[in-house]
Design a protein around this ligand. Structure first.
Ligand code: GLC
Ligand code: CA
Length: 554
């Protein structure tokens, strides 16, 4: 069966940073509505919104205290309905983040579980008695410290939280939890949402809580063995997903599986599997890390794009998912710094930015573009380390200061890798706050000068290139053709896309040297390039960082 989402081209919006319409410095749903036309004109057909439910915003909305209403800082249900209605009129689909692994500790279920001795919601969460007056085991939370926190009304008991201590994990073993989360999903499907990004779903099953991790590098080591991709994930998901699909068969389930390898992705997206339609991970960037300095945790290490590693990644994902599901194609998201800051490439040259987009998005799969990438936007550059307030950054600052690192070195690491830099306001024009707001944005530091207004009229801009690229992506061979990576010069990334009707070929020169490439012997027509191309006979010459997409009819 062909579903609408098999042709999805996704634009990821961080709603707080996209467009502010009431000048409080925070983006809102009316802002998304205002920019729907822009999104459509760019060539996207699907929008993914980061969480918009009522939340204390401990983790920017991933900590939900009421799943049935929109957070007032973003708008209300009427704004939501207007947004959906106008999006649908333009032929755009909207999906959004549904955090299913945890709630906020301010959610009524948790409050009742803590405060009411006979609460029916107690079993909605994961509890364990203290062991010798301590945490029940040594498992580490993704946000630092233990996964255990004392029950505020009973110090002899702990609850489990994989992320912040204000985000207690739901107990998916409990069928009532599965049913309650399905009810939330159905409530919003009824209101018109087209699907969900299922946040952190690979973590909903936990191992036996009496087991300790044998990792010894930290007091509370992060050890995925006990809480990622356990077999029960699929069991817990099955009933939930079946209910959703029975209710709305074409609801798009886009699962976040941050540590998934290709085979995990296949397991979670098998057409008969009742888990997800596609998954997105956070590891497909072909990055090699500089791990020479052991003081610096992996997340903050400098990295470089290795073309060889990128080739290995995609040859694996494309092959393993062939006839199973579509890979997702992405350079980043809200959880890491922007691609142009992260990979140590000569991105002052727009040719490089264009090449990155072309080589990735014309492959078999669903492009997922993080807002701002389409104008070549860099991340925010903060001036002081005290501007950073996310937990991971604070931990880094703490640990490196203890080891006598100077602030400048730490600031550099943070500006290059920290997620806060990727969550800056969208740049619409050249006014003080880039047309995002008249007030200083909630997240603000130095920006580049790229903006939509200026790029929209420039034939050579990154934005114009993206628009053309997304048009090319819709050609049959680049949407549904099969995929073959070509073995060629180590500095060239080249692949073929083939249907019975047509062929597509993408060649990207990943170097600052001229390269030639011998074309397979058919009549090729160039459909998009980031430079003026030289094609002589059966050979194409690409300048430094040149790339080219070609097509031929059979
Ligand atoms: C996902 C989100 C991340 C969030 C976490 C907890 O990984 O992408 O931003 O902190 O889940 O909900
Ligand atoms: Ca606002």
């Amino acid at each position: 069966m062909v579903n609408w989402y098999d042709k999805a081209i996704i634009y990821q919006i961080y709603p707080k940073s996209f467009q502010d319409t009431n000048d409080d410095g925070i983006g809102d749903l009316q802002g998304v509505t205002k920019r729907l036309r822009y999104i459509k004109d760019m060539g996207f057909n699907t929008i993914w919104l980061n969480p918009i439910f009522v939340s204390p915003q401990v983790d920017n909305g991933y900590d939900v205290s009421n799943y049935f209403a929109i957070d007032p800082i973003l708008g209300d249900t009427d704004d939501f309905s207007e947004m959906i209605e106008k999006a649908h009129k333009l032929g755009l689909h909207i999906i959004w983040d549904l955090p299913i692994n945890h709630t906020s500790d301010e959610h009524p279920w948790f409050k009742d579980a803590v405060n009411n001795a006979n609460s029916i919601f107690k079993d909605y969460y994961i509890w364990h008695d203290a062991v010798d007056g301590h945490e029940p085991n040594n498992w580490g939370s993704f946000f630092g410290g233990s996964v255990w926190e004392q029950n505020p009304t009973n110090s002899n008991e702990y609850y489990f939280h994989l992320f912040d201590k204000k985000m207690p994990d739901l107990n998916w073993k409990n069928p009532e939890v599965q049913k309650s989360v399905a009810d939330i999903a159905k409530f919003w499907l009824e209101k018109g949402v087209d699907g969900f990004r299922l946040d952190a779903f690979i973590h909903i099953a936990k191992a036996n809580l009496d087991q300790n991790s044998l990792m010894t590098d930290e007091k509370f080591p992060i050890d995925d063995t006990f809480y990622a991709k356990l077999p029960a994930v699929k069991d817990y998901m099955a009933g939930f997903v079946k209910e959703i699909k029975e209710y709305k068969p074409d609801a798009f389930l886009f699962g976040e599986a941050s540590s998934a390898k290709a085979r995990d992705a296949a397991e979670y997206t098998r057409p008969d599997g009742n888990v997800c339609d596609v998954v997105v991970n956070s590891d497909n960037y072909g990055e090699v890390y500089d791990d020479s300095n052991k003081d610096i945790p992996k997340f903050f290490q400098n990295r470089q794009l290795s073309l060889d590693s990128l080739k290995r990644t995609y040859v694996t994902w494309e092959s393993v998912l062939d006839h199973v599901s579509l890979p997702t194609l992405t350079w980043g998201n809200h959880d890491i710094s922007r691609v142009l800051d992260r990979l140590n490439l000569p991105v002052e040259d727009d040719k490089v930015t264009k090449l990155l987009a072309m080589l990735l998005f014309l492959q078999r799969g669903i492009p997922v573009v993080y807002y701002g990438e389409e104008i070549g936007m860099h991340g925010l550059k903060y001036q002081k380390i005290t501007d950073f307030d996310d937990q991971r950054a604070l931990d880094l600052i703490n640990s490196l200061r203890q080891k006598s690192y100077d602030d400048k070195t730490i600031l550099n690491l943070l500006n290059n890798q920290d997620e806060m830099t990727a969550r800056g306001p969208m740049q619409w024009d050249d006014s003080q706050y880039h047309g995002f707001s008249k007030q200083q944005p909630w997240n603000w530091a130095q920006t580049d000068t790229n903006n939509v207004d200026q790029e929209i009229t420039d034939d050579n801009s990154v934005m114009t290139f993206y628009r053309k690229l997304l048009r090319v992506k819709k050609h049959e061979c680049f949407t549904s053709g099969n995929y073959q990576l070509l073995i060629t010069d180590p500095k060239i990334y080249a692949y073929l896309r083939k249907t019975t009707e047509s062929k597509g070929l993408v060649i990207a020169n990943f170097s600052d040297q001229k390269k030639t490439f011998a074309l397979p012997k058919v009549a090729w027509k160039s459909v998009l390039t980031n430079e003026s191309i030289k094609k002589t006979g059966g050979t194409i010459e690409l300048g430094p960082w040149g790339c080219c997409a070609l097509e031929s009819r059979k």
